[in-house]
Design a protein around this ligand. Structure first.
Ligand SMILES: O=C(O)COP(=O)(O)O
Ligand SMILES: [Mg+2]
Length: 221
């Protein structure tokens, strides 16, 4: 039987140049076990992805800040400190880098994401001052509350599903997937993964991005 999966989005289900790999639309709905999307993105993005893939909505968003399974949404931490830190960053001349509409943060409930073009030094100073983590996913920086991790979100979803987290297989590409890798029975970093993800994973795939993820699915089936 196919194992339940916990999949990262950016770098794992996407094309090398960005954008969802269209092969996800075949492979994920056909998977014969639960699939949890565990991402740093704001809550509406993975929900929308489940919707358009036509798979059940099982979501760990904002690194575990928002967890959604079985008709229950749990916001696990407030956004006060990350927002105060982001304000301080902007007051000192920093730019979040998403333009006026800022659809990256508009619906974000527990953390703040910043464009990779931002002043990293200033961002690290502000993160330290406000006692926050600064996570670099390879797609954005995130100012987040320490202790909020995708891995804990996965444990919550697994508990709602009545499945042992150790039964899950995880695929991811960056430092924000390390906690997921630690929570599950078997973990794969795709070939494009950063050093921390590669070091934490049980295996590193041959292929990069969605090629690597499809390689895992083929091996598990
Ligand atoms: O939102 C990001 O920066 C990265 O998202 P991911 O966790 O799905 O890779
Ligand atoms: Mg990723």
């Amino acid at each position: 039987m196919a194992p339940p999966l916990v999949l990262d989005i950016d770098g794992t289900l996407t094309k090398p140049a960005g954008g969802l790999d269209p092969r996800a639309f075949e492979a994920l709905p056909a998977w014969d076990a639960p699939i949890v999307l565990a991402t740093g993105k704001a809550f509406p993005y993975p929900v929308a992805l489940c919707h358009f893939l036509a798979i059940p909505e099982l979501v760990v968003a904002e690194h575990g800040g928002v967890v959604y399974a079985d008709d229950e949404v749990r916001v696990t931490v407030d956004s006060e400190r990350p927002k105060a830190a982001a304000r301080a960053f902007v007051e000192r001349g920093g730019d979040l880098g998403w333009g006026g509409a800022d659809t990256v943060n508009r619906w974000r409930e527990t953390e703040v994401a910043i464009n990779l073009d931002a002043d990293e030094r200033l961002l690290r100073d502000v993160a330290a001052e406000f006692d926050l983590d600064l996570v670099d996913t390879g797609y954005a920086y995130h100012l987040k509350t320490p202790g909020v991790e995708k891995g804990d979100g996965l444990r919550s979803v697994a508990s709602v599903l009545g499945v042992d987290p150790a039964e899950f297989v995880a695929v991811g590409d960056s430092e924000n997937d390390v906690s997921t890798f630690e929570a599950v029975g078997e973990s794969f970093a795709v070939a494009n993964a950063d050093e921390r993800a590669r070091a934490a994973a049980d295996h590193v795939t041959e292929g990069a991005h969605m090629d690597g993820t499809l390689e895992v699915l083929a091996a598990l089936r």
